[in-house]
Design a protein around this ligand. Structure first.
Ligand code: ATP
Length: 328
């Protein structure tokens, strides 16, 4: 595709926030300045595009944001942007600022919005994978996933102390409504007794058997990791079912929740966000539109947004094997 002349680029964060979004915005804006482009911050995702909450960014806006969690541009979910009328208003607002292209940082929904917007109005857009869920293809890891796993592991380590002191059985619920990436990583990284994820159903009898075997083996503590809303229900539901089979256990449930979205990004997320932020600007200048920039084997790869969001990225079978070997 022939590159259009791009002089003004808008950047936004959308959907669920993730640690490293600020680092990504900062890299996008710095790279924009490097290539003599005027940069615009669109506040509250697509909502700000519709309400015209758009401001020219200067160096001072991105000072000391790299290390901060969340997103200083704020994030939101916009129902209006899902309608053609809403997108028309958003387009008119972009034009009123003379914005020629967009960088959208968010999850699959946000990237779908960017794809539609490009199809309807021809506004060049590049997506960056900003979500803790790691559920986008075209990148080994999404921005925020590594930090979320670290946060979960740190919390589980603390739970392990109390679980061991009281011989308790803990069910810890981590985020990942449709994807068990955080659960499997945090589970392996914290020596979980079992890991329940949406992609794989584990019959309750199997789980109970596993826990019985571990009890016989006199394991000091048992922590089961449950991805929220997995096929068998969340941690509370699973714990209730298991308690019927193992009445002698003191069972506790901890839901980590939004804790996993916050905090200063890990070194990996900072590096990922920085590399992808620069690649977003360079990609747009090279005429790469309607794509997501990702990192595969430490190389930047541009994947068509449609492929990045549709391709089912699944938890590695080998990770299950490792988890199974290590939890017996
Ligand atoms: P996360 O993975 O963290 O939930 P996400 O980007 O997938 O992030 P969504 O709520 O699915 O979060 O999408 C964010 C926003 O993107 C929506 O509020 C909406 O404005 C826009 N969007 C999502 N899907 C579409 C669509 N099909 N058409 C137009 N806009 C969309």
């Amino acid at each position: 595709m022939e590159a259009k002349t791009i002089k003004k680029i808008g950047v936004l964060t959308s959907g669920g926030d993730s640690p490293g979004m600020n680092a990504a915005i900062r890299a996008v804006v710095r790279a924009g300045f490097y290539y003599d482009i005027e940069m615009y911050g669109i506040y509250r995702g697509y909502e700000g595009m519709i309400s015209n909450d758009i401001k020219k960014l200067e160096s001072k806006h991105i000072t000391h944001v790299l290390e901060r969690g969340g997103t200083f541009l704020k994030s939101a979910r916009s129902a209006e942007f899902r309608t053609p009328e809403g997108r028309q208003i958003a387009y008119n607002n972009l034009k009123s600022h003379g914005i020629d292209a967009l960088v959208v940082i968010g999850g699959d929904g946000s990237l779908t919005g960017a794809h539609l917007f490009y199809k309807e109005f021809g506004v060049p857009a590049i997506g960056l994978p900003g979500t803790i869920d790691n559920d986008l293809s075209g990148t080994d890891s999404t921005i925020g996933f590594d930090t979320a796993c670290n946060t979960a592991i740190e919390a589980i380590d603390k739970i392990r102390d109390t679980a061991t002191s009281h011989d308790r059985l803990f069910f810890v619920e981590v985020m990942g409504r449709d994807a068990g990436f955080i659960a499997i990583n945090a589970g392996i990284g914290s020596a979980a007794a079992a890991i329940l994820i949406p992609e794989k159903k584990m019959p309750i009898e199997h789980l109970v058997d596993k826990l019985r075997i571990r009890t016989k083996a006199k394991k000091a503590s048992n922590i089961v990791i449950v991805a929220e809303g997995g096929k068998s229900g969340g941690a509370t539901e699973i714990a209730a079912l298991v308690s019927k089979h193992l009445p002698y256990y003191d069972i506790k449930v901890t839901i980590l929740g939004h804790l996993q979205r916050g905090g200063s990004p890990s070194s990996y997320d900072r590096l990922l966000a920085s590399k992808l932020g620069v690649s977003a600007i360079e990609g747009l200048l090279q005429g790469k539109y309607d794509v997501m920039a990702g990192l595969i084997n430490n190389k930047v790869v541009y994947t068509p947004i449609k492929k990045a969001i549709v391709d089912d990225k699944s938890v590695d079978e080998d990770d299950f094997r490792v988890a199974k070997i290590l939890s017996t």
